[in-house]
Write a protein that binds this ligand. Structure first.
Ligand code: NDP
Length: 403
């Protein structure tokens, strides 16, 4: 039994709160804090309508370490689940260090003024978390998160060495809007407009961003979703998997995008609406991408009319008992079913459910440690079991060649 403080009342925060409430054996006291208390109130009411659990809500600006420390001292949770934005990671980690409380998130830290994705800032906390005797678990969403656990599971049970990993993320769903992003628009657009990067034979190789000439893409025949154009992207789990999966020769991340999405993004980029530097408008400083976020649909509002499925997983090749082999481990998730269960679309669901599972394993003591850890450093077996029980069942099939 444990007490959690969930920070962030967006699409993912809503799913984490619902799923914690549905796992009352583990989460007996659930607190939800966010910048806009009204959003916490909406989730509180939704959960009340669906479960017996009661959620306590708080206003919090998690950029402010003092305010966060004060809330942590007041609530005294066993674990903080950070599903606000990557900008808040370090301030929340600072507050956890000061109060001696375990920390978990789903996305690595990013500074606001540079769209740069690396674990260094958070890995630098390792010694301080270790000395304090507390744990930080990084990236417990789907990708990063489940994709890291799929890699660790494959290495534990099916390979002596994994040589290649291709992570393939397909959203074959439709939300009916002309243009929207499935998670926070600002974070999403910063991620997909940067140069692509993958790791091969000991070095990082950079290729053009998805909307530029020369972007690398190919057609993959996904289970259930069929053939979809998949684009090479940089994604944060590549960095930790390169470090933790020894013997890896190549790792890449692919994501599907429709022509409609790419055309909109290209126009927005060309007219300067994806910029992250402030511009002066009538004497006011406005950051174009933040203004764009304000006019785009909220990820949490997309669920109602979303149809179709997501298919996310890893194709891995390597050697077992002297023989070359390949495996594909993946999950198929249905947008409409997610909405029926927890009022959310599948992108929020596939992120929020693994966040709840990571929290459950920490609170039950099945996952523990002192310091800062990525998902693949933990025993994959209890996590894989929970995926099957908590709404994200996985499938595995032979895939006897690399992509
Ligand atoms: P949303 O934009 O829907 O929600 C973010 C929430 O955080 C909002 O409630 C927002 O409040 C709150 N917030 C923002 N700043 C602060 C602050 N300073 N203090 C307190 N609360 C704050 O985003 P999503 O729910 O879609 O995404 C949440 C996180 O999940 C992101 O970090 C995203 O990168 C990550 N993610 C991870 C994935 C994975 O597979 N690993 C996949 C998808 C998302 P307000 O409404 O007031 O702005």
């Amino acid at each position: 039994m444990g007490k959690v403080l969930i920070i962030g009342a967006g699409g993912v925060g809503g799913v984490v709160t619902h799923k914690c409430a549905m796992n009352g054996d583990t989460f007996n006291d659930i607190h939800l804090a966010s910048r806009t208390i009204e959003k916490c109130g909406i989730i509180q009411k939704q959960v009340k309508n669906k479960t017996k659990a009661r959620i306590t809500i708080h206003t919090l600006d998690a950029d402010n370490v003092r305010e966060t420390v004060s809330l942590l001292n007041h609530v005294k949770p066993d674990l903080v689940i950070n599903v606000a934005l990557p900008y808040q990671d370090l301030s929340i980690m600072d507050a956890c260090l000061e109060t001696g409380i375990d920390y978990m998130d789903t996305a690595n830290y990013e500074p606001r003024d540079v769209a740069k994705f690396e674990y260094k800032w958070q890995w630098d906390y390792h010694d301080r978390f270790k000395q304090k005797g507390i744990m930080a678990l990084l990236g417990s969403g789907f990708d990063p998160g489940v994709t890291n656990v799929f890699s660790a599971y494959a290495l534990k049970h099916h390979f002596d060495v994994i040589k290649t990993i291709d992570i393939l993320d397909c959203n074959a769903g439709s939300h009916g809007k002309a243009f929207a992003t499935n998670f926070n628009p600002e974070i999403n657009i910063r991620e997909v407009t940067q140069a692509a990067r993958h790791w091969e034979k000991g070095q990082w190789i950079e290729t053009p961003p998805i909307i530029e000439e020369g972007a690398v893409h190919f057609t993959f025949d996904y289970p259930v979703a069929g053939k979809q154009e998949s684009y090479l992207l940089y994604h944060e789990e590549l960095e930790s998997l390169v470090k933790n999966i020894k013997g890896l020769e190549r790792i890449r991340f692919w994501m599907t995008f429709s022509d409609n999405y790419l055309t909109h993004l290209k126009v927005l980029q060309n007219v300067g609406m994806t910029g992250i530097k402030p511009v002066n408008y009538k004497g006011m400083e406005i950051v174009p991408i933040q203004f764009l976020k304000a006019v785009l649909p909220e990820p949490s509002s997309l669920g109602k009319n979303y149809t179709g499925k997501t298919v996310i997983g890893n194709v891995m090749t390597g050697v077992k008992d002297g023989k070359e082999k390949g495996l594909y481990i993946f999950n198929v998730c249905d947008h409409a079913e997610c909405f029926r269960e927890v009022n959310a679309q599948a992108i929020s669901y596939t992120t929020g459910v693994p966040a709840m599972i990571g929290a459950k394993l920490i609170l039950s003591g099945k996952w523990n440690g002192k310091g800062v850890f990525n998902m693949e450093e933990m025993d994959p077996d209890p996590f894989m079991d929970e995926l099957n029980k908590q709404g994200l069942p996985w499938q595995m099939k032979d895939f006897p060649h690399s992509l």
